[in-house]
Design a protein around this ligand. Structure first.
Ligand code: ADP
Length: 319
């Protein structure tokens, strides 16, 4: 292993830059040559590959998004596309690739590994939905962005004695909604992994009102239904008026939190060690506060269960 490349792919997440910096700096520290691929797998196919130096990643640790840009690339999902990427890697004499992204990007890395190019996946997505790791880069920052929004919404909810629905990101995974709901003291949390009954939500809201509660906050992950759909259901079912706030893409941006910068640094550095040790086809992750590497394939085969104790806790604390 003499020369490695790093790329960011799929949905961007705060902390990707810190991971890129860690890969470049640790790679050079380990005596490797490091190149960067711009625009994810699309850039790999097009040969947008440039050599990196220590200074190339200066002044990015605190920036959101990704300096390498990200892209979604349908061509890479075809054998022909991946063969083109392989040709570019050969041309640039690259022996291994570190892919920073979500589980879609990991599938791409897995396919590339099968073509004989060792790849290592570094998990970065605000959804925190990659099997085998407790945390992904970007989740903590997004969570803090949501909490900040909930706190502000709470001020107006209290002042005007209103019920607010806050829609957060999470197509298949409710981690962001669940953690934000607990940290933000929400009355009700709706997540894709758990069925929610409108009657039950109405009952909880009405029992709160019965106890003299003047305002409520409901967090809904976009994957179960939209905030506006829920508002309509509550109006139709029980004539409950709500205000809807859709947080949208602000959740993906912003300066990464200290925690995301640190795990991005740890994951990026471990990825370099793994690739240098020829641990090909692995993902980097965190379990029991330790940085680990594990089989990339297991990311697609296992499906992580939601931490039900967290969901239970949220219900117990919002009676
Ligand atoms: P994320 O990495 O955030 O989950 P996507 O699911 O959009 O984002 O995947 C990012 C990119 O990874 C895709 O645009 C595609 O280039 C590549 N990819 C996804 N699935 C596969 C697959 N099965 N085989 C090869 N490449 C894939």
């Amino acid at each position: 292993m003499k020369k490695i490349a790093v790329l960011t792919s799929g949905g961007d997440a705060p902390g990707m830059n810190a991971a890129v910096r860690a890969v470049v700096r640790k790679g050079i520290y380990e005596g490797l040559e490091v190149a960067a691929v711009y625009n994810g797998y699309q850039g790999l196919i097009e040969g947008k590959i440039v050599p990196m130096e220590l200074g190339s990643v200066g002044d990015i640790i605190h920036r959101g998004g990704t300096m390498l840009r990200s892209a979604r690339c349908a061509a890479f999902e075809t054998e022909a596309g991946r063969v083109k990427a392989l040709e570019q890697l050969k041309k640039h004499e690259i022996d291994g690739v570190i892919v920073i992204g979500g589980d879609g990007s990991f599938r791409g890395a897995y396919e590339l590994t099968k073509l004989g190019i060792p790849c290592v996946g570094v998990p970065a997505t605000i959804d925190n939905d990659i099997n085998g790791t407790k945390f992904t880069i970007g989740f903590d920052t997004a969570l803090n962005t949501v909490i900040d929004a909930i706190d502000k919404i709470r001020d107006t909810a209290t002042s005007h004695e209103r019920t607010f629905i806050v829609e957060v990101m999470g197509r298949d995974a409710g981690d962001l909604a669940l953690w934000a709901g607990i940290a933000g003291g929400a009355e009700t949390i709706l997540i894709p992994e758990e069925k929610s009954d409108v009657d039950d939500i109405v009952e909880r809201l009405e029992s709160g009102t019965g106890r003299g509660k003047k305002h409520s906050i409901i967090i809904v992950a976009e994957g179960i239904m939209s905030g506006n759909e829920l508002a309509t259901m509550l109006k139709d079912k029980a004539n409950i008026d709500t205000h809807v706030s859709v947080l949208g893409h602000i959740q993906r941006g912003g300066s990464p939190s200290a925690r995301d910068r640190v795990i991005a640094s740890q994951f990026g550095a471990r990825a370099v060690e793994a690739i240098k040790e020829n641990h090909s086809g692995v993902a980097i992750g965190m379990q029991n506060h330790k940085v680990i590497d594990y089989d990339l394939q297991s990311v697609f085969e296992n499906s992580e269960q939601l931490d039900l104790s967290m969901y239970e806790l949220s219900k117990q604390l919002s009676i």
